[in-house]
Ligand binder design. Structure first.
Ligand SMILES: [Zn+2]
Ligand SMILES: [Zn+2]
Length: 136
C-alpha cells in the first residue's frame, strides 16, 4: 500500500510503498528513550520507493543490544522522529518509517512485538485503565 505523512510541523513530508503486514512494535529501551514514550511502532519500506521532501536531521545511534550503528532521522524544527536506516552514502536498501507520522496509521496494525523482555509491564493492562473520550 501507499503510505504518506508529515512531521508535526509539516516541514518534512514522506511517501513510500509499504507492506502493512510488516508493521511492528519495538519495546527496547533505546526506542523508549528516543520516542520519549514506552514503545515505537515502525514500518520498513524499500529505499527505492521512499520519497522525502524537506531535509531531515540525522544522528548515528549505536544500538545498545546489537552494537549496530543506525541512522536516526528526525525533523530539525519540530523533533518528530521520521525513520531509521543503515549508515552510508546515497539511497539505502531499506528505511524503517515511524508509523505515528503516517496518515494511514489507523490501517497499520502491528503484527509482531520485539524486545518484549524490556516492555513496560503495564502495556498489556491499558484496557483496564480508566478512559476519557477527550482530555478528561
Ligand atoms: Zn517538523
Ligand atoms: Zn527498539
Amino acid at each position: 500500500m501507499k503510505v504518506n505523512g508529515a512531521c508535526a510541523c509539516g516541514a518534512i513530508t514522506i511517501e513510500a510503498e509499504a507492506d502493512p503486514e510488516k508493521t511492528q512494535v519495538c519495546h527496547c529501551t533505546d526506542c523508549q528513550t528516543a520516542t520519549g514514550t514506552t514503545f515505537r511502532v515502525s514500518l520498513p519500506v524499500p529505499g527505492a520507493t521512499l520519497k522525502v521532501n524537506g531535509k531531515p536531521k540525522t544522528y548515528i545511534k549505536t544500538t545498545a543490544e546489537s552494537g549496530r550503528p543506525r541512522v536516526q532521522a528526525f525533523c530539525g524544527q519540530c523533533g518528530s522522529p521520521l525513520y531509521s536506516t543503515s549508515p552510508g552514502e546515497g539511497v539505502q536498501d531499506a528505511y524503517v518509517l515511524r508509523v505515528g507520522i503516517l496518515r494511514q496509521r489507523d490501517q497499520l496494525t502491528p503484527r509482531r512485538q520485539i524486545w518484549w523482555r524490556s516492555a513496560q509491564p503495564w502495556v498489556t493492562q491499558l484496557a483496564a485503565v480508566p478512559k476519557h473520550e477527550k482530555q478528561g
